[in-house]
Write a protein that binds this ligand. Structure first.
Ligand code: SAM
Length: 210
């Protein structure tokens, strides 16, 4: 019952915690294993078919909910850049990576307009981050420079219904597709097993030059 309450009221609780300046509590809340029931992190990362040794960015990593699944997929020879504009979550990620002995995880302090990734990556993954970004067509047009030639961008965001929509923490699939197309990407896959979110995978429409 408590888990169900936590899940259904999640956006409201997160907004209240963030407004009250309780970022660490908000990130711990996002990392609650009760979330696994609907977020299905293992199935999400499996659907991404990440090759061992890949370089991946978890953009808007928060408290690292997906970082550990991505780190497992890339393995010790790969790299996960956990990028966020908030230092609180990045500190939590560094501490947890240390506890888990995961040397493939590195934190990156982004700015609102620049992910600041340290090298091009095969995959940029965003979960519940898309709706936070400003001027998204310009943002993703610039982000193409942080992808390898065969690189992909995977976006998971809340569908426009219920509390996420009410609090502006959602985008329609149509909006994401239109904005990404105007940024120079095309949709290559749309896994549809998540109950509350859409899950869209894009590639640059035109291959980048040498
Ligand atoms: C709702 S949280 C999602 C965290 C994590 N991806 C998850 O699924 O638990 C959104 C995160 O995006 C971050 N964020 C917002 N704007 C950003 C930007 N321009 N660049 C990087 N991160 C950003 C926020 O600081 C926050 O940690």
């Amino acid at each position: 019952m408590l888990a169900r309450l936590r899940i259904t009221q999640a956006p409201l609780i997160l907004v209240l915690l963030a407004t009250a300046g309780c970022a660490e509590t908000a990130y711990r809340y996002m990392n609650d294993p009760a979330r696994d029931e609907w977020q299905q992190p293992k199935a999400v990362v499996e659907a991404l078919k990440i090759a061992p040794g890949s370089r991946v960015a978890d953009l808007g990593a928060g408290g690292g909910y997906f970082t550990w699944y991505l780190a497992d997929a890339v393995g010790p020879q790969g790299k996960v850049y956990a990028a966020d504009i908030e230092e609180v979550g990045l500190r939590m990620v560094r501490e947890e990576a240390g506890r888990r002995g995961l040397h493939q995880v590195e934190t990156v302090r982004s700015t609102a307009t620049d992910a600041k990734l340290l090298e091009p990556v095969e995959l940029i993954f965003l979960c519940n981050t898309y709706h936070h970004l400003r001027d998204r067509p310009a943002y993703f047009r610039a982000l193409a420079g942080s992808l390898t030639p065969a690189g992909r961008i995977a976006i998971i965001d809340y569908k426009p219904s219920g509390l996420p929509w009410l609090f502006g923490h959602a985008t329609s699939e149509e909006t994401v597709r239109t904005e990404m197309e105007s940024a120079g990407y095309h949709l290559v896959e749309a896994p549809d097993f998540l109950p509350k979110q859409h899950f869209l995978i894009f590639r640059p429409a035109l291959p980048r030059g040498p």
